[in-house]
Design a protein around this ligand. Structure first.
Ligand SMILES: Cc1cc2nc3c(=O)[nH]c(=O)nc-3n(C[C@H](O)[C@H](O)[C@H](O)COP(=O)(O)OP(=O)(O)OC[C@H]3O[C@@H](n4cnc5c(N)ncnc54)[C@H](O)[C@@H]3O)c2cc1C
Ligand code: SF4
Length: 336
């Protein structure tokens, strides 16, 4: 599989990158398809371009922009540049001490080589996945394409008009549990939003990101430091694979009582999703096997898997229940 022709742009500064994005956005306004694609580590973008899922005229390579790299402590919390690799996150002592859940989730992404290249920004912005979509052009053409690219039907939910491709990144559920925010920049300025507001829940247009914008930073608030956490994922090959179901659980305890418990799931919906309604099950801050079971069931009800992935929706939903229950029991077994 070869690439279609494109022009590679390699800005050295963030303002230059944003000017380039703005210029191309204006030149191609109204054309619908995105004229420029952003390249961070390229571990997802480049295979997708070979499959002709994206055929951009320009590829904007961010890798020379030093401003977007690194982890640092600020008054508001810890800032992680969008170009920071998952390897750096995995090995950051600061993050390990304060936000161990994020480190644990980052460690499960793909393989060591891919984590050396793959970035946190790319993981947050990762395209949604589907068995009918992540295929070669010839394969997709033989099935008359689908809503997400080049077609007007859905093979997963025939008769519908919505795309259900699953968001399959590992770090966003951990970031949701940590109440992370992201900074988004364009030539006209920056804005900061909670990560949970970034995703639309539509498989074919899953991010609220304008064509002239890019993600520049992730911000972890001080208030989420010290939460203990567990990330569990279901995958076919333990050594290298996207999640087919994933659960992140973060807990804060004091004097044996649960002060706060947050759970988010991935790979079973078109967006990573926070599980709502946990507080009402918590029985005044103490937990039992029965409560862990109820929380597991609540997480399973939040999951809406369809036949977008290699394993059945029933099995993936059941594993959300099992992982959640086990993670809650594991976290509560040790007193803190
Ligand atoms: C074999 C294989 C296994 C994998 N397994 C996993 C896995 O287990 N879990 C997992 O989460 N991922 C997995 N991945 C996907 C990928 O490696 C990671 O998600 C990685 O973090 C993507 O980061 P990247 O920097 O390489 O992104 P890129 O490929 O450069 O970009 C990904 C997408 O995000 C956009 N983008 C990137 N950065 C920005 C930004 N700053 N602002 C706006 N848009 C941006 C790009 O335009 C593109 O659409 C796997 C990939 C492969 C090839
Ligand atoms: S869910 Fe439907 S529209 Fe979306 S990628 Fe899969 S087959 Fe295509």
């Amino acid at each position: 599989m070869t690439f279609s022709d494109f022009t590679l742009l390699r800005p050295r500064t963030l303002p230059d990158a944003l000017e380039m994005l703005e210029g191309h956005h204006r030149a191609h306004a109204g054309e619908g398809a995105r004229a420029t694609r952003i390249l961070a580590g390229g571990t997802d973008l480049l295979p997708s371009m070979r499959q002709k899922l994206f055929e951009p005229e320009h590829v904007l390579d961010l890798r020379r922009i030093e401003d977007l790299k690194g982890i640092r402590e600020t008054e508001q919390g810890i800032e992680i540049g969008a170009l920071t690799t998952l390897h750096e996150i995995e090995h950051s002592e600061l993050l390990r001490a304060q936000y161990p859940l994020l480190v644990e989730a980052a460690k499960t992404v793909a393989s060591p080589v891919l984590r050396n290249m793959g970035t946190i920004g790319g993981n947050i912005c990762l395209d949604t996945r589907c068995l009918w979509y992540n295929q070669s052009l010839a394969w997709r053409k033989s099935c008359s394409f689908c809503i997400k690219k080049d077609g007007d039907l859905c093979h997963v939910a025939p008769g519908g008009t919505k795309c259900w491709a699953a968001f399959s990144g590992d770090t966003p559920p951990a970031l949701l549990c940590l109440n992370a925010e992201i900074e988004i920049a364009s030539a006209s300025g920056t804005r900061r939003i909670p990560l949970h507001d970034f995703y639309t829940g539509e498989g074919d247009n899953h991010r609220k990101l304008q064509p002239n914008e890019l993600v520049t930073r992730v911000i972890l608030p001080h208030a989420s430091a010290g939460y203990r956490g567990v990330y569990r994922k279901l995958r076919i090959r333990g050594s290298i694979d996207y999640p087919l179901a994933g659960v992140a659980v973060a807990v804060k305890r004091s004097n044996g009582h649960i002060e706060d418990l947050r759970i988010a799931i991935t790979a079973v919906n078109p967006a990573p999703t926070l599980v709502k309604g946990i507080d009402s099950l918590l029985n005044g801050g103490t937990a039992s096997e029965q409560i862990a079971e109820s929380i597991g069931e609540l997480a399973a009800r939040t999951a809406k898997p369809l036949t977008t992935s290699a394993l059945t929706p029933e099995y993936r939903r059941e594993m959300i229940r099992v992982f959640t229950k086990r993670a809650v029991l594991h976290l509560l077994a040790t007193d803190h």
